[in-house]
Design a protein around this ligand. Structure first.
Ligand code: HDD
Length: 703
């Protein structure tokens, strides 16, 4: 035994055998079930704490292959992040068909009722980089990969049913404009800057989408509480080659819910991982999020009745005109094992369709079909990204594609072409193989858009008038916020000139919020807007809430001597509603309640602001309340919940904290409930089913 070895002292921590080196560093050594550390080549490693040196004080020797391999691999850990949708989070699950479309399509995934098809879904924001925060005002990606028996079908959608632009050739401009400005490299993950609004206001086709991203759709409370849309019109193709138009929708079983803007700003500081943590927590606690797959089916005759073109991705077909047929369910029931391997390496491609599903001539979709394959090759380093397990089909697949960087599927045998005389497959199959619909195409080569792409305002107006009052106010406030970040007054004015074609009250409200000196002229529309489209209730979030408080989270502020019976009442009522409760306390170790029990906390107050919860309850004891009166974080906990129109429950002893937070007796509205006995907790949760007490909001948002 060397001197060093004799100096090592064996200690045991949490059942793991470790040794302590001369400088005190711990060496975990292979023993029992712990395997031996090796290099990539499988060579066992004796010491992973020290490089090889000539003498204890160096220099380091180049021959240390373990050190070189370790550092080399570390240096190469990063791959390029996605050029858009860089920040995202994925989960596994399954899709199950409940209503067959077998008469319209040869796609087995849309024909075979009851069969479970494995699924992987990645949600994302668009503009921010991989390390940006979750609650940016932004579109959310909703990309679904279904591993069907006929190959992978990727439905690469968003949580908003329309898009900014009509033709893929404008995509790089639009993305450049919204991302950080190229000279200064900021702002990160936000559209609130000159470049974005400059581009948007010079491109009237963005106006409908602008209304959506200024709405609360762009600040969802959770990935679980948002809809998904395929956006484009696609096709279903039957065995005879006949096609039917289809628009795809994902409807969350959990109902729709968003946060408010001031809350979003604060959540980004308190928990930049708010959405990914929410998804992780929900799935790992068995609260599997679920969506219904809905379809809108129509033919050319129906499409021709509209003033807009169904190939235009800036338009939607209101559900009230063409009802959604719900045909299946998507359930997410498994988190990833490894974020990089699955969420980062998953490669969605719009061109991944299966027999029975086809494209339309939507110029945005056609362009996407090039872009996705191209981008994956760059991002994942070569043409064999399809061999990565998360991207490989789960059905058998055979072809003669070969070689390339990192080839993992290397066929055996002599034949690598077809036809061949060696009797070796695979071979094409006209019966089961993919056939596009045999659409007759005839037209001059031209760089034009269809005439029915020219109306940019009618559906923007329809969206606005479909919103409830608080939602309309939020849209107005969002325009004011974003445009207030634009330095160039001409850009602010130009945006208002478009809004005048959407809704005069909205335009005037924004102009007033910006303190524009004079209202601009309305932008001359390329096509006269239709102003009598009826409201579509399906477009409002508030009108499509869950009707329950399931899967939502209450933050309960507690101190030593919190009333145990009341707290237990809250816990019991929450359990019945499937609501999560998190205790927020002066120290994370917890509090001793009146029954003498130690109740561990989920958060220390400073790390658990009320913006992280859907509703709050203040159950501090008289002494505890006194202690917290001097704590700004405790005051903010209550004041923010009040300002964000949340339901607030409180025990009698907590009343002084409410007052300190600026909630006077006259402010005690129907959204605030005094909890006196355990049964009151049930009443409180029933109130919470409305999610917010919107009637309070006009009072709290004076400016
Ligand atoms: Fe896209 C990623 C959704 C238009 C080019 N897009 C990407 C993702 C989603 C969407 C959800 C992230 C996928 C993932 O999680 O990995 N994109 C849309 C929707 C669009 C749309 C709903 C309009 C209806 N996209 C669009 C156009 C182009 C692109 C017009 C280019 C012409 N999109 C890309 C891309 C990305 C991408 C550059 C970046 C990373 C990736 O593909 O995998 O190819």
């Amino acid at each position: 035994m060397s001197d060093e070895e004799t100096q090592r002292k064996k200690v045991t921590i949490d059942d793991q055998t470790i040794q302590r080196g001369p400088q005190g560093a711990t060496h975990q050594v292979a023993e029992g079930d712990i395997p031996t550390l090796t290099t990539q080549q499988g060579t066992p490693v004796a010491d992973d704490q020290n490089t090889y040196k000539a003498g204890a004080r160096g220099p380091t020797l180049l021959e240390d292959f373990h050190f070189r391999e370790k550092i080399f691999h570390f240096d190469h850990e990063r791959i390029p992040e996605r050029v858009v949708h860089a920040r995202g989070y994925g989960a596994h699950g399954f899709f199950e068909l409940t209503d067959s479309l077998g008469d319209l399509t040869t796609a087995s995934v849309l024909s075979k009722v009851g069969e479970r098809v494995p699924a992987f879904v990645r949600f994302s924001t668009v503009a921010g980089n991989k390390g940006s925060f979750d609650l940016a005002r932004d579109v959310r990606g909703f990309a679904v990969k279904l591993y069907t028996e006929q190959g992978n079908w990727d439905l690469v959608g968003n949580n908003i049913p329309v898009f900014f632009i009509q033709d893929a050739i404008k995509f790089p401009d639009m993305v450049h404009a919204v991302k950080e400005e190229p000279d200064r490299g900021f702002p990160q993950a936000q559209s609130a800057h000159d470049n974005f609004w400059d581009f948007a206001s010079l491109s009237p086709e963005t106006v409908h989408m602008l209304l959506w991203i200024m709405s609360d759709r762009a600040i969802p409370r959770s990935f679980r509480f948002m809809e998904g849309f395929g956006v484009h019109s696609f096709r279903l193709i039957d065995a005879q080659g006949k096609s039917t138009y289809v628009k795809f929708h994902w409807k969350p079983k959990q109902g729709l819910q968003s946060v408010v803007w001031n809350e979003a700003l604060k959540i980004n500081g308190a928990d930049p991982d708010f959405h990914r943590r929410d998804l992780w927590d929900a799935i790992t606690s068995g609260n599997y999020p679920e969506w219904e797959l809905g379809v809108q089916l129509f033919d050319d005759e129906f499409a021709d009745k509209f003033d807009f073109d169904i190939l235009d991705a800036t338009k939607l077909i209101p559900e009230e005109i063409l009802p959604i047929r719900r045909i299946g369910r998507l359930v997410l029931d498994r988190v990833v094992d490894n974020f990089f391997a699955e969420t980062e390496q998953v490669a969605f491609c719009t061109q991944n369709v299966v027999p029975g599903i086809g494209f339309t001539n939507d110029p945005l979709l056609q362009g996407r079909n090039f872009s996705y394959l191209d981008t994956q090759t760059k991002r994942l380093g070569g043409p064999n990204f399809t061999h990565i397990p998360i991207n490989a089909p789960k059905c058998p697949f055979h072809n003669f594609q070969q070689d390339g960087h990192m080839a993992m599927h290397n066929p055996k045998g002599r034949a690598n072409y077809e036809p061949n005389s060696w009797g070796a497959g695979p071979r094409e199959n006209p019966k089961t193989g993919y056939n596009a619909n045999a659409e007759q195409i005839d037209g001059p080569k031209t760089r034009e858009r269809g005439e029915r792409f020219a109306d940019h305002y009618s559906q923007a107006r329809q969206f606005f008038i479909s919103q409830t009052q608080p939602e309309q106010t939020h849209i107005k406030n969002a325009f004011v916020f974003e445009l207030s970040k634009c330095e160039n007054p001409a850009i602010r004015s130009r945006v208002v000139s478009h809004l005048l074609n959407v809704d005069e009250t909205l335009a005037k409200g924004v102009a007033e919020g910006l303190r524009l000196e004079k209202l601009p002229q309305a932008a001359p529309p390329a096509r006269t807007p239709i102003t009598n489209l009826p409201p579509s209730p399906a477009l409002s979030i508030v009108k499509n809430g869950p009707g329950n408080f399931s899967g939502r989270k209450i933050g309960v502020l507690v101190t030593d001597d919190t009333d145990a019976a009341l707290l237990d009442g809250v816990l019991a009522a929450a359990k019945t509603e499937n609501t999560i409760v998190e205790l927020v306390a002066p120290a994370v170790g917890g509090v001793k309640t009146t029954d003498g029990k130690l109740r561990p906390a989920g958060q220390k107050i400073v790390g658990g602001p009320s913006v992280l919860y859907d509703a709050v309850i203040v159950l501090t004891s008289a002494e505890g309340t006194k202690l917290l009166l001097g704590e700004s974080t405790a005051r903010d906990f209550v004041a923010d919940a009040f300002a964000h129109a949340k339901f607030i429950g409180f025990g009698e002893d907590a009343a002084p904290l409410l007052e300190k937070a600026g909630i006077t007796k006259s402010d005690l509205d129907d959204g605030i409930l005094l909890l006196q006995k355990a049964a009151d907790a049930t009443k409180f949760i029933e109130k919470c089913r409305d999610l917010r007490f919107w009637a309070r909001e006009p009072k709290t948002h004076a400016v």
